[in-house]
Design a protein around this ligand. Structure first.
Ligand code: HEC
Length: 322
């Protein structure tokens, strides 16, 4: 009986701990419904998706985020978005050359007069950075530096699923309300505040929580349920039922049709988030495909070796009593 009581007390304790955990922190990042093609032992990146993902990065994200570890040439590497077996050397790949040339970069080598000119990038150049330095980036983004995206899926818990969930996870327009804080006077306009009606929030699949209250969104800060942080200080309501997530300085970037895909795929928010997250996962580990095929070859080799060893063992000890 005593043991039973201890057990129930322990279970109750665990449940309280679990529910307390659910109230704080960020929403758990989720993979797209169909999963990621690059996961699993034999998983590979989907090349068409990588191409669309590069388009999203180039047309949307690259105005704020650098990818300093990548050169345009990498786009044409084996396993890369624009790999073409006719051009084993990506520096010769005409498509990669054209993509590089769409970007004007400051030449890293001086001209004859000793100055640095802008010129179209070549496959050998690093990706163009939107800002010359972090201070310029901070000044342009309300005090926050947009992080370099070269290895972002490695740097964040949840990887590609996190990037996907974050981009597609900003709340819908219908939850926002404008609230007048101070009425307009003769010499000052009304002060207006943006609040989120959290009872209308739907976070992730199968989220049956109810967040009754209002979340105050300060100017230049945007609520996202997947951003690690704490919403309690800005929540008007029962703090135990504050919604998960936090605030970040990046406004929502994707609206339907934000890019026009050249392969005709419909540019929904989910689709663009999926493609750019897959592209960033590839960028963080461009050699994953090679590593997987090598791993498989090594396993097959070891298997054959094991069989041969077994037979030679049998043969060598054939006439020996043991
Ligand atoms: C208008 C500028 C701007 C654009 C465009 C933009 N971002 Fe951001 N992004 C930011 C800023 C600023 C931050 C830093 C936010 C903070 O720390 O509060 C950020 C942060 C991020 C983060 C990190 C969040 C974290 O966990 O710290 C990711 C991932 C990200 N952006 C991805 C993207 C992707 C992908 C795109 C293109 C679809 C994109 N961003 C477009 C400004 C931008």
């Amino acid at each position: 009986m005593k043991a039973f009581r201890i057990l129930t007390a322990g279970l109750a304790g665990l449940m309280i701990a679990a529910s307390a955990h659910a109230a704080g922190g960020a929403a758990h990042p989720h993979a797209p419904e169909e999963g990621w093609p690059f996961e699993g032992v034999t998983g590979q990146f989907d090349q068409a998706s990588l191409q669309r993902g590069y388009q999203v990065y180039q047309e949307v994200c690259s105005s704020c985020h650098s990818m300093k570890l990548l050169s345009y040439r990498n786009l044409g590497d084996p396993g890369g978005p624009f790999y073409d077996p006719d051009y084993p050397n990506p520096n010769d790949n005409p498509f990669v050359k054209a993509l590089a040339a769409q970007n004007e970069i400051l030449s890293p080598t001086p001209n004859e007069a000793g100055d640095y000119d802008f010129r179209p990038a070549t496959p050998a150049d690093r990706f163009r950075s939107p800002y010359p330095n972090d201070n310029a980036a901070r000044a342009a983004n309300g005090g926050a530096v947009p992080p370099d995206l070269s290895v972002i899926t490695k740097a964040r818990h949840g990887g590609a699923s996190y990037v996907y969930s974050l981009l597609a996870g900003y709340p819908d327009d219908e939850v926002f309300k404008e609230r007048v804080v101070t009425e307009a006077t003769d010499d000052a306009p009304a002060e207006v505040q943006t609040v989120i009606d959290t009872s209308k929030l739907h976070i992730g699949h199968g989220d049956d929580h109810h967040y009754e209250g209002y979340l105050i969104q300060n100017v230049g800060q945007y609520y996202n349920p997947y951003m690690p942080g704490d919403t309690v200080p800005q929540f008007e309501g029962d703090p135990r039922h504050a919604p998960p997530g936090g605030f970040l300085a990046m406004p929502p970037q994707l609206v339907p049709g934000r890019v026009e895909y050249s392969d005709g795929t419909e540019a929904t928010i989910e689709q663009m988030s999926y493609d750019v997250a897959q592209f960033l996962a590839w960028a963080g580990e461009p050699k994953q495909g090679n590593r997987r095929s090598l791993g498989l070859a090594v396993m097959v080799y070891l298997g054959i070796l094991a069989i041969l060893l077994w037979f030679s063992y049998k043969r060598i000890w054939r006439n020996v009593e043991h």
